[in-house]
Design a protein around this ligand. Sequence first.
Ligand code: GDP
Length: 310
Amino acid sequence: MIRNDIRNIAIIAHVDHGKTTLVDAMLKQSHIFRENEKVAERVMDSNDLERERGITILSKNTSVMHKGTKINILDTPGHADFGGEVERVLTMVDGVLLLVDAYEGPMPQTKYVLRKALEKHLKPIVVINKIDRPDQRATEVVDEVLDLFIELEADDEQLEFPVVYTSARSGFAKLSMDDDSDNLEPLFQVILDTIPAPDVEADQPLQMLANTLDYDSYVGRIVVGRIVRGTIKNGQQIALMHEEKVSVERIGRLYTYQGLKRVETAEVQAGDIVALIGLSNVEIGDTIADPEQPEALAGIKIDEPTLSME
Ligand code: GDP
């Protein structure tokens, strides 16, 4: 089943190239979530219990809605890391936005993450940001990015990357420097057209990987992962496979990403990114599966983190 209602992407950006500003601008222009958030904030202010439950905490992941499609946007550490976090984030997505400052050009610190993304054959979109800068040299910067892709042995398809020129600060995107634009529509459209929709088996037994872990002092461990197969439900029993050991546990609550927040939901289908609480023993890299179908535990693989620093 192709889930055309979802895209999963990660952003790779050198610090200060404008990632926060771009995601904020995307959220602002993504009206549905914006309106929901205003409502949610009002409800939350009068409801301390909800706050205590920890669902108001901001997360590193966001999502925006465009033409009925939810775009989950995951943050990457942006540099080499030794814990394998880059790998685990990239395992959840089908494409990446490489955000590059139109004056500074690509920076060596993001090379490690970009290399990993290219090795995983993820679809890249190159976003040249800050084109409003008087000293912008966007055209040269695109050539520098192409050189970098060649150096990192991008495949032929990846070398055909689309380029979007943006001013995150002014909230516009264009497909060529000569275009006029007053919004980010061209960026949203390129994401929908370029990044593959998840192709999943939603009617198979549940299978997901605990890709990343967050911690909240009230709710404890928050597991984040992409559902690879099947459906996960509130309160459902699952088999948790930790190294060779399997234990049966019960999911507490489920959340998906809406705008800047996690929003509680009853059921999430394969292809989407979910945050879940209630698994007190879960560790990064554990597999979560249907307890009736333990064979579903086999088969998820994640690349071992490579200890190289560039
Ligand atoms: P991050 O570290 O990648 O999250 O970068 P930020 O979003 O915090 O932006 C870093 C700085 O660049 C801030 O001062 C922003 O206002 C500025 N900035 C971001 N986008 C643009 C842009 O499109 N044009 C210009 N001129 N400045 C920008």
